[in-house]
Design a protein around this ligand. Sequence first.
Ligand SMILES: [Zn+2]
Length: 123
Amino acid sequence: MTKLELSALQYVSQGLTYAEIGQRTGYSQVSVQKAVIRVLRKLNARNRAHAVFLACQAGILNPKHRHGDHAGFIAHQRRGEDPWECRLGCPEGERAYRRERRAARRKADEAWRGAVANLTEAS
Ligand SMILES: [Zn+2]
């Protein structure tokens, strides 16, 4: 299976439309549609739901391996893969996660400094 076929299948399993898959993979909607049809043929599947089922059974799709968020990013590392090379949104998801963590840390720091300042003023 090609990279696009695998990505398309993964996104189909997440309920995305061809247009949405095209946006995320950088391919046209028609290319995505053709890729999915090739996947159906390769898996001997009757439709997309059947393809997802067969792919899970065959271990092609790991339902536990999510992409696009921090958990997916860490899952790549556990498998010895480079998560920054993931084309299914893991780098973007990880960057957003780190941004949020940084903002939360900064907020906590500021709150702590504010509390210290209040104490100093009071004494
Ligand atoms: Zn990923």
